[in-house]
Write a protein that binds this ligand. Structure first.
Ligand code: NDP
Length: 332
């Protein structure tokens, strides 16, 4: 079985030479354990943080050990009464072809209910992030105007659509290519969208939201957060979900420079970690899968083939090569 190892810690953009795809034996299952052949691996922006040796809400990857992350696979051997070979599970031992794990650390998923890859995206961790971050953290309500950055990505595309389905007065998104901007308005039903590479975010947001915004869902940080602070109305709220613009930075970001606006506008900025919201999972699953069935909520995936391309897929997320959720499909 092949598995990805981090061999040294990056400084700035991760250099592919710091990673190695290595051969390792598949551990035989002990009582209570299952062996899973992975079918889909998740690559996510938060994994960049785990490459640094700093204390955080998830421990750093260990050097010369298999990396991990979300994965969906098929049970091929079971020493647990809970699972039969052939069943599909979601678990956390990604970045490898085969995983041996405690059955209680797996979650059963069904191909009959939704395509297997969606348990890593629209129906999985990024989807719950969107749902909880918008409705619980930002307390988003009908008739409010929303701006979301990273809007063509896994989390962002779902945030904008949930806001629309909850009766938003206006949904605005930003993304890094003209094709993504087109998708936002034409496929996902955003009211306005702009390419942040085409000019200053503050001016483009002011044009897209002349009456201001009530909620900003931040996936990017930096100049996007600065622009949102300008556009937010009195008592506006911000869900601070991610700051991908600075994950590879070696210098502190130059923006936002207008944090004092928080005082006069009585803004509420709140950070979030999706794990804190797992109690919302049943409600999220029911509501979002309903919208998927009715066709009211659309999703995209960018699928990269082969374990050997997992690192490129991960780096591709940091570079914006994905539309919607980036997943890696493993060959049989
Ligand atoms: P995405 O699918 O959105 O992929 C990341 C996207 O970020 C890229 O496609 C790219 O799109 C955009 N991007 C990259 N660099 C920049 C930049 N410098 N400026 C602006 N945009 C940039 O990833 P996810 O949906 O998985 O994650 C979105 C955000 O949510 C991330 O910040 C992530 O860390 C965060 N997150 C937080 C969680 C939490 O619990 N707090 C849980 C899950 C995700 P483009 O082409 O538009 O530039």
């Amino acid at each position: 079985s092949r598995e990805w190892h981090l061999t040294a810690r990056p400084d700035g953009w991760p250099n592919p030479h710091l990673f190695s795809l290595r051969e390792a034996p598949v551990a035989a299952p002990e009582p209570g354990q299952i062996v899973v052949r992975n079918l889909y691996l998740s690559v996510d922006p938060y994994m960049r943080g785990r490459m640094d040796d700093v204390k955080s809400y998830v421990p750093p990857f260990q050097l010369d050990r298999p990396m991990d992350g979300g994965a969906v696979g098929v049970v091929v051997a079971s020493e647990s009464a809970q699972y039969e070979p052939g069943e599909h599970v979601l678990h956390q031992l990604g970045w490898r072809e085969f995983a041996t794990l405690e059955a209680r650390h797996a979650v059963r998923v069904s191909e009959d209910l939704a395509p297997l890859s969606t348990y890593l995206g629209v129906l999985g961790m990024p989807g719950l992030t969107a749902y909880a971050g918008l409705l619980e953290v930002a307390s988003f309500r009908a008739d409010e105007a929303l701006f979301v950055s990273g809007a063509a990505g896994a989390v962002g595309s779902e945030v904008g659509q949930i806001a629309r389905l909850k009766g938003a007065s206006r949904v605005i998104g930003s993304a890094g290519s003209d094709e993504k901007v087109r998708q936002l308005t034409e496929e996902y039903g955003f009211d306005a969208a702009f390419n942040y590479k085409h000019g200053r975010v503050t001016e483009q947001l002011r044009e897209a939201a002349p009456d201001g915004i009530d909620v900003y869902f931040d996936n990017v940080g930096g100049d996007h957060l600065e622009a949102a602070l300008h556009a937010l109305k009195l008592h506006g709220r911000v869900t601070v979900c991610g700051m991908i613009a600075q994950y590879n930075a070696t210098e502190p970001p130059p923006a936002p420079r207008n944090l004092s606006l928080i005082i006069g506008k009585r803004l509420r900025l709140q950070g979030m970690i999706v794990m804190d919201h797992s109690d919302l999972m049943p409600q999220f699953t029911e509501e979002v899968s309903g919208w998927m069935r009715s066709g009211e909520l659309k999703y995209r995936e960018t699928v990269v083939e082969g374990i050997e391309n997992t690192l490129d897929a991960f780096l591709g997320v940091l570079k914006g090569e994905n539309t919607g959720k980036m997943v890696v499909r493993l060959n049989e």
